[in-house]
Design a protein around this ligand. Structure first.
Ligand SMILES: Nc1ncnc2c1ncn2[C@@H]1O[C@H](COP(=O)(O)OP(=O)(O)OP(=O)(O)O)[C@@H](O)[C@H]1O
Ligand SMILES: [Mg+2]
Length: 447
């Protein structure tokens, strides 16, 4: 079925122009020259509204307010006179899905319409469906630091050496363990995760080693432990520092000889599993204060450190892009200002915090573009300080500000590949270099 678009502009010529442009793309377009007239209709049968902002009697912002009251799910694109950035921001913060500056080409108009309709469709699909099962999650990042990290993973993936994965919370320790497993020849065998921090110690022992029927109250049947069930594969002990030192001792013996004896049994089983473990506490400190056994620490042949996000901030745009895709919003864009805030933030909770923030922001803002004000308040608080040290836009005209944004966004999207960016921007490289200097743009990755 054809998508229905309603266009409102007090300029009849502009209405005609839009009608022509959109009909070419197969939309069914109706036009009105006044917002009031349009509001007398039932607008629920439309898929998208486009309205001019400056109109006599009822302007586009008032119209937007009315539409939001009566048809809150209906996307609205506002059209603004060229350069009026403030109105644009106001429009977006009032709930417009997107905006387009006049004058625009038929092509610009079709692109923005398609984008907003795509986002709307996705949003509806998401409401009906559970998120689709996607492919196996992968570590994302193309910074020198992450590439170095992948090399380390690749070098040790197929060895059977035990690995202790260290890193702050949310840096991707579990994801690293999964990568080590899936890149090894054990990939078709089990990958068993044991959350040491979540299970009381006595239970943890019986979960790991298993037990015989009647070996303790409540042991009503024989139970195979996790170590045995991982035979041939990998066991991943998450938060290994949460194990009691007594259990650490038992686990150490298992690592030395691969022997598993179920609780209440004399029989010994040999189990061949690779041991991976993760710690988000400083393990050397844990050893010093007697919470972690040094002999167990020495059993880990390799210690792998997952870098915190603030050490590879240049991966932030890429991570955000892939998380937006993962959450089902591949068409949502982050505005330049919002991206600057996201990049300058320190991310104490690393990628996990980023996932939370994006999910929260996507839930609360219906826009095709995420602006600074859509981000949680802690980002807004740092806005002031960011502005003061990156504010080179003071003397620029609105047109130049818009150009600066466009160039920065393109550079970020191409990871500062200047020839690619110049090609996308349709200018020559020399001009691009001049503009980079003029607008004071810097590559975070390689300042
Ligand atoms: N480099 C990365 N690329 C893509 N996704 C990542 C990356 N690092 C972490 N994630 C995602 O962030 C979330 C947290 O990662 P993970 O559970 O592996 O971290 P962790 O270090 O085990 O955290 P915690 O210490 O909180 O358990 C997961 O959803 C994971 O998919
Ligand atoms: Mg974890």
């Amino acid at each position: 079925m054809k998508k229905r678009i309603l266009v409102i502009d007090d300029d009849a010529v502009a209405c005609e122009f839009l009608q022509e442009a959109l009909r070419l793309d197969g939309y069914d377009v109706t036009t009105y020259t006044s917002a009031q007239e349009a509001l007398e209709q039932d607008l629920s049968s439309y898929d998208l509204l486009m309205s001019d902002i400056r109109m006599p009697k009822m302007d586009g912002l008032q119209f937007l307010g009315e539409v939001q009251k009566q048809w809150p799910d209906l996307p609205v694109i506002l059209m603004t006179a060229y350069g009026s950035l403030e109105t644009t921001m106001e429009a977006i913060s009032l709930g417009a899905w997107d905006y387009i500056s006049k004058p625009f080409s038929p092509e610009d108009c079709r692109t923005i319409v398609k984008k907003v309709l795509d986002v709307r469709e996705l949003r509806e699909k998401r409401m009906k469906l559970q998120p689709e099962i996607t492919e196996e999650p992968k570590l994302i990042g193309s910074s020198a630091l992450m590439v170095d990290f992948y090399k380390q993973i690749a070098r040790i993936a197929d060895a059977s050496a035990s690995v202790l994965i260290e890193g702050e919370s949310g840096t991707g320790k579990e994801l690293t363990a999964r990568s080590l497993h899936s890149m090894s020849s054990r990939r078709d065998k089990p990958f068993v995760v044991v959350h040491c921090g979540a299970i009381p110690d006595n239970l943890l022992e019986s979960e790991l080693f298993g037990y015989e029927k009647g070996s303790f109250t409540g042991a009503s049947h024989q139970h195979t432990g996790l170590l045995e069930s991982a035979e041939g594969g990998t066991v991943f002990l998450d938060e290994i520092t949460e194990m009691s030192t007594a259990l650490q001792g038992k686990f150490l013996r298992f690592m030395q000889n691969g022997e598993v004896r179920r609780i209440g049994s004399h029989e010994v089983h040999h189990v061949a599993v690779r041991v991976l473990a993760a710690a988000n506490k400083n393990i050397d400190e844990e050893v010093n204060n007697g919470h972690f056994r040094l002999d167990l620490l020495y059993r880990f042949i390799v210690r792998l450190r997952v870098p915190p996000l603030r050490e590879h901030k240049e991966d932030i745009p890429l991570l955000i892009e892939s998380l937006l895709k993962k959450f089902g919003y591949p068409n949502v864009r982050i505005s330049v200002e919002a991206m600057e805030l996201l990049i300058s933030y320190d991310w104490p909770g690393n990628v996990r915090e980023m996932e939370n923030i994006l999910q929260q922001t996507l839930l609360l803002s219906p826009f095709a573009v995420i602006l600074p004000e859509n981000l949680p308040t802690r980002f807004q608080q740092q806005e002031e300080s960011v502005k003061s040290d990156t504010d080179v836009t003071g003397d620029l005209s609105p047109l130049e500000i818009a150009e600066r944004e466009k160039i920065l966004q393109t550079l970020q999207a191409t990871l500062w590949n200047q020839s690619k960016a110049a090609q996308i921007l349709d200018i020559d490289r020399k001009t691009l270099r001049l503009k980079i200097r003029r607008y004071g743009l810097v590559n975070e990755k390689n300042p």
